[in-house]
Design a protein around this ligand. Structure first.
Ligand code: ATP
Length: 434
């Protein structure tokens, strides 16, 4: 991957409306980013692909959508109030702040000034619920979505009539007051997570841990990330949370180095046990067949929407020279691509635009699509290649004569002719099999 790959992806994102700097007209706000018209489609597609793979495509996982602001006791029970901290150091000279575990020097990496002793900085955003701004009304924006699943464990067991092993999943925003956000979408202060809590009988946990490691790795590869750019990194004993039995990170080879996309952890019965203790409610599970009551163990695959979206973009980005001209192409998996197809009239006359528009209208009922009649056909193909549109449909004089159109493939640039009325089936097959 070229050293300037990140810069090129960031530029493309801005230029084509995937991601904009947040609050840009006010000079921006540190590490806050907004998804533009194409980015929002891509993001939805990433979340949909996850939801299909983890929830609706299985018979043992159900979904939830919980509140961002939860009872403050949740964060006491989870350990976030006491321990969700990063070590912070200040430069006495230039006043910049750094994460002590991320700098290699004993002096300020910016100005060489003296650093303070490290102190623990809690990453949770604080707010007040209701009109009183006092300590009794302090609440937190959730720093992870996982706690919603633990807190609703009993509700889900009772209403969904599930038997172990089963999972509860959720996607949604989380907030962390990161000391040093950066690398574009990789680390921001608000982001989206896709988390699954998969509850199992103690003793079955190792098997399910391996199951989810494999499933989750396969998901990235099936959606087009090159296997050589992915790896598993098991946590060492020193990194492992005290309650966790095992943890593996799925890492991607970003232009700035191997970094975490997702963590898969065996959290044992820690969370249910703590919430039972703090809430005074019985959160045990009763196995009807074995007539046994126990606290299930939980396997947690916790992924980031924005981080995986960034990995999909970086991995798909390609530049090549075609017939002496540079071509930028996003080789996104068709299921992730913002537009599945673009429709073009070859000429802006002879009824071709009207015909192309009617095809575009018909397609849009099935897929996200685009219509473009501005500029040469070559230019129009390039514009769509750059945003990852996998198929192009061109209406020309032959269409007007015999009702056939050309279907162009983004990656190979090959074109085939087919009758207009076979288009939707053909696209559906190609997207479905891709
Ligand atoms: P890191 O070590 O990079 O801070 P983490 O191990 O604290 O991440 P988890 O708490 O395991 O992260 O969160 C699960 C997932 O949520 C991460 O793998 C990542 O994809 C995503 N995530 C966490 N923090 C951020 C952030 N600040 N910005 C974007 N995504 C994030």
């Amino acid at each position: 991957m070229p050293a300037d790959a990140m810069e090129k992806v960031v530029n493309l994102c801005k230029r084509r409306g995937f991601v904009f700097p947040g609050s840009e007209i006010y000079g921006g706000l540190g590490a806050s980013l907004d998804y533009g018209p194409l980015g929002v489609e891509l993001k939805r597609n990433v979340k949909d692909a996850w939801w299909r793979a983890v929830v609706t495509g299985r018979d043992d996982v159900v979904g939830l959508d919980c509140a961002v602001i939860m009872h403050p006791r949740v964060w006491e029970a989870s350990g976030h109030i006491a321990g969700f901290t990063d070590p912070l150091v200040d430069c006495k000279k230039c006043k910049q702040r750094f994460r002590a575990d991320q700098i290699q020097t004993t002096v300020c990496p910016e100005c060489g000034g003296e650093l303070t002793e490290a102190r623990q900085f809690n990453l949770m955003f604080k707010t007040f619920v209701g009109p009183m701004e006092d300590t009794a009304h302090v609440a937190y924006l959730r720093p992870e979505t996982a706690q919603g699943m633990f807190v609703n464990f009993k509700n889900v067991v009772e209403t969904a009539r599930l038997k172990l092993p089963f999972g509860i999943a959720q996607t949604g925003r989380s907030f962390r007051n990161e000391i040093t956000p950066g690398n574009f979408l990789f680390r921001t202060r608000e982001f989206e997570q896709m988390e699954l809590e998969f509850f199992v009988r103690p003793g079955d946990d190792d098997r399910w841990f391996d199951h989810w490691r494999e499933e989750r790795m396969r998901w990235y590869v099936e959606l087009g990330i090159r296997a050589e750019n992915l790896r598993e990194r098991p946590h060492g004993a020193d990194e492992l949370a005290h309650y966790a039995k095992g943890c593996v990170d799925i890492e991607y080879r970003f232009p700035f180095g191997w970094s975490e996309l997702e963590g898969i952890a065996n959290r044992t019965d820690f969370d249910l046990k703590r919430h039972a203790e703090f809430s005074g409610r019985d959160l045990s599970y009763f196995d009807e067949e074995k007539r046994e009551r126990f606290l299930p163990f939980v396997i947690e695959p916790a992924a980031g929407v924005d981080r995986s979206l960034l990995a999909f973009l970086v991995d798909a980005f390609d530049e090549e020279v075609v017939e002496g001209e540079a071509r930028i192409v996003l080789r996104l998996h068709p299921r992730l691509a913002p537009y599945k197809a673009a429709v073009y009239p070859l000429l802006r006359k002879e009824g071709q635009p009207e015909r192309a528009r009617s095809i575009y209208d018909a397609l849009r009922r099935h897929f996200a699509a685009d219509y473009d009649q501005a500029g040469s056909i070559g230019r129009r193909y390039r514009r769509q290649d750059e945003v990852g549109t996998p198929f192009g449909i061109t209406v020309d004089h032959e269409t007007m004569r015999d009702g056939t159109v050309t279907l162009r493939e983004r990656d190979s640039m090959r074109q085939v002719r087919l009758p207009e009325d076979r288009l939707i089936d053909e696209l559906r097959t190609r997207i479905g099999n891709a």
